[in-house]
Design a protein around this ligand. Structure first.
Ligand code: KG4
Length: 339
């Protein structure tokens, strides 16, 4: 165990966490959502600039909260990918600089591994495990035979589910990030619009969300052209049933194929109230434990990066200072990295 300082800057949250022997001493998150909201989504160039402006302040606040100084830190951990290339660069440069200055190891952390292991702040994970990773940039089913062993058994062939929520919200005139208002309004609506079910009838664990997104956008435009008012609550409900329905179907299929003891939700979309309640119901007959992360674990933070870093520190998985970011880093490639 060790004193670890972890940095996360893969998208629109600048975050620093400090953990000592597995206990979280600080978890500071500065979100840029208010800035990006006016564009209806994250503007990568603005995100990088804001990370560069904020990271020093976030770092100082974390040190003050934890009541430690940089020379006490045993290792500096950072999200290396996946994410926005410029945004990732800011976190990595900061971690590399600190690692060089204080002559302490640099630990490369995979963002999605972070989302999965955030659940360990609640309870230790039980393997074999199925992680349902649903976020703004990713939609994956990850099978973990054991600790830190990742196999992607299904993934989106196009858009991520969160991205689809955000685009659908935009066409309905709802604010960014779109998952939150859609989740809320769907509770007041009825499933009245018939939308295409993605990959219907295909024997696969993969996902697809671009067709569903286009389906909603075209339907809204057609109704507007005909001067027919769109019932936003009903559209939200109809869309959410299909979008989340696909996750539920894939989860059932995966646990009937793989010998899974536990299923965990991970990523921003795991904040969705319908997904959180339905996943427990649909998996009840399968005799698996279902772990729903608390809301603070769903959004991006550096505590989850520290959690993975603790494991990598024990295994001495350190990176050279020549390390670069990898915006498309696949979780399975951790193994190659370790070797
Ligand atoms: O994990 P995250 O911060 O993004 C990535 O790291 O990629 O997740 C952000 C995504 C956004 O697309 C947002 O619309 C979605 O999570 N989201 C939700 C909800 N809250 C946030 N989607 C559905 N229902 C929600 N309640």
């Amino acid at each position: 165990m060790a004193l670890i300082l972890a940095i996360e800057s893969s998208c629109d949250e600048t975050a620093v966490a400090i953990s000592k022997d597995g206990t979280l001493l600080a978890n500071i998150v500065s979100t840029q959502i208010d800035v990006h909201r006016q564009y209806g989504g994250v503007m990568p160039e603005i995100a990088s600039r804001l990370h560069a402006e904020n990271i020093g302040f976030v770092l100082q606040e974390a040190l003050d909260t934890a009541k430690i100084s940089l020379k006490d830190v045993d290792a500096f951990a950072v999200t290396r990918g996946p994410g926005l290339i410029g945004a990732l660069h800011v976190g990595l440069q900061c971690a590399k600089t600190l690692s060089m200055l204080y002559n302490k190891p640099l630990i490369p952390v995979h963002h999605l591994a972070g989302h999965i292991y955030a659940n360990e702040y609640i309870e230790k994970l039980e393997f074999p495990l199925l992680a349902i990773v649903v976020s703004g940039g990713n939609t994956e089913l990850v099978y973990m035979k054991e600790d830190m062993d990742f196999e992607v058994i299904g993934e989106t062939r196009d858009d991520a589910i969160g991205e689809c929520y955000d685009k659908v919200a935009r066409v309905l005139g709802l604010p960014y990030p779109g998952g939150i208002p859609i989740d809320k309004l769907a509770k007041e609506g009825k499933h009245t619009y018939q939308l295409t079910v993605p990959l219907r009838g295909e024997d696969t664990l993969d996902f697809s969300y671009s067709g569903l997104k286009t389906n909603v956008i075209n339907l809204v435009h057609t109704l507007e052209q005909k001067n027919i008012e769109v019932n936003v609550n009903d559209m939200c409900k109809s869309f959410q049933d299909v979008a989340v329905g696909l996750i539920l179907e894939r989860a059932k299929k995966a646990v009937s194929i793989y010998p899974v003891k536990e299923v965990v939700l991970a990523g921003g979309v795991s904040a969705n109230s319908y997904l959180r309640s339905e996943i427990v119901k649909v998996l009840e007959p399968y005799n698996v434990k279902v772990q729903i992360p608390p809301m603070w674990c769903c959004t991006d933070n550096a505590a989850m990066i520290a959690k993975v870093a603790e494991k990598l520190y024990e295994k001495k998985v350190f990176a050279p200072l020549s390390l670069g970011v990898d915006p498309n880093w696949r979780i399975e490639d951790y193994k190659n990295f370790e070797n």
